[in-house]
Design a protein around this ligand. Structure first.
Ligand SMILES: Nc1ncnc2c1ncn2[C@@H]1O[C@H](COP(=O)(O)OP(=O)(O)OP(=O)(O)O)[C@@H](O)[C@H]1O
Ligand SMILES: [Mg+2]
Length: 126
């Protein structure tokens, strides 16, 4: 389920719109692929001074601590048996990291197995 909040204020950022779209699409697709049936994905935007904090959160299968340090490496995939969906290349998060770093920012992940995962990054306001 995609939750669209009531607050529809617009926030403007200085970024490459096509690349940032690619980031958000990648993270949303992952949240569905590694989510639970009838799970939820929440996309939140926080107004933080001269930046906007963007979070893509799911309540899916989560990622165990031992995988987190290598998660953004090219072709790195977690134990395939746990996800509903197979056959990814393991490139998605490497591309996400590359794009965010090209915006002089960092991509963060917080995850708990069987609870869910939150990816977050910031962008400078436009
Ligand atoms: N939201 C998430 N919840 C649980 N595991 C995740 C999530 N996002 C990514 N992962 C794990 O991290 C691995 C790497 O993700 P990444 O997007 O780089 O590759 P992929 O989805 O397997 O393939 P691709 O994105 O290239 O189709 C995934 O294989 C999956 O195991
Ligand atoms: Mg992916």
């Amino acid at each position: 389920m995609l939750t669209i909040p009531e607050d529809t204020r617009q926030l403007f950022v200085s970024a490459d719109r096509f690349r940032i779209r690619q980031v958000i699409v990648n993270l949303i697709v992952n949240s569905v692929k590694y989510g639970k049936i009838a799970g939820e994905t929440k996309i939140r935007f926080y107004d933080v001074g001269d930046t906007v904090l963007i979070e893509i959160a799911d309540n899916g299968i989560g990622i165990s601590k031992k995988h987190l340090p290598r998660l953004f490496e090219r072709f790195y995939r977690v134990d395939k048996g746990r996800s509903r969906e197979q056959g990814g290349t393991g490139l998605g998060l490497a591309i996400v990291k590359h794009i965010i770093e090209a915006h002089n920012q960092t991509i963060e992940v917080m995850s708990t197995e069987d609870v869910g995962t939150v990816f977050s990054f910031m962008l400078k306001k436009g």
